[in-house]
Write a protein that binds this ligand. Structure first.
Ligand code: PNS
Length: 164
């Protein structure tokens, strides 16, 4: 059974992430979407458990997609899950340098682990969770950015943040 892990902060999951999930899911027997800690990003809009819940709702109908979270190293997580590959989406050349460095570190830590890059669909190259948060902060329509199942959650969370 070929298992791949799609790791990320997913704060929150975007339509760009969902596009990568759907395309990767057809390449592997099982795809584990794993909410992980990016030590370079602090705080966050949603807690890790909330992010998992939102992803669950969005991937509900994809039978070979699982959702999990981990606060450890990606390479350790993949070893534990017997995953052969990490899936990453590449939006622009600016993603490339950082992602290749991560791929090499992960392979050094776990020599059996390959990283597979999927080019982001052209219509999502501009999209990131940060853009979503910025749009939500200003009350923009989010329907081009996040799956419709979670639009209300993002707006509500941002409202709480603005008022709190
Ligand atoms: O969506 P992001 O924030 O770009 O995802 C980055 C993430 C969470 C995949 C990355 O920071 C990560 O792999 N974190 C787990 C810790 C780890 O293994 N770091 C790389 C080796 S030092």
């Amino acid at each position: 059974m070929k298992i791949a892990v799609y790791p990320g902060s997913f704060d929150p999951i975007t339509l760009g992430h969902l596009n990568i999930i759907k395309r990767a899911a057809v390449c592997f027997d099982r795809l584990v979407v794993c909410v992980m800690v990016n030590s370079g990003k602090d705080g966050g809009l949603f807690t890790p458990d909330e992010r998992v819940e939102l992803i669950h709702r969005v991937v509900d109908r994809l039978p070979n997609v699982e959702v999990d979270r981990s606060s450890g190293l990606l390479s350790d997580y993949c070893r534990r899950r017997k995953a052969c590959a990490v899936v990453k989406g590449l939006r622009a050349v600016s993603d490339y340098e950082k992602e290749v460095q991560m791929a090499l570190i992960n392979r050094k830590l776990n020599p059996r682990l390959e990283t597979m890059f999927l080019p982001s669909s052209a219509k999502y190259t501009y999209l990131s969770s940060s853009v979503v948060k910025e749009m939500a902060f200003y009350g923009s329509d989010l329907s081009d950015f996040v799956p419709r199942e979670i639009i209300g959650d993002v707006n509500e969370k941002m409202r709480q943040r603005r008022e709190g």
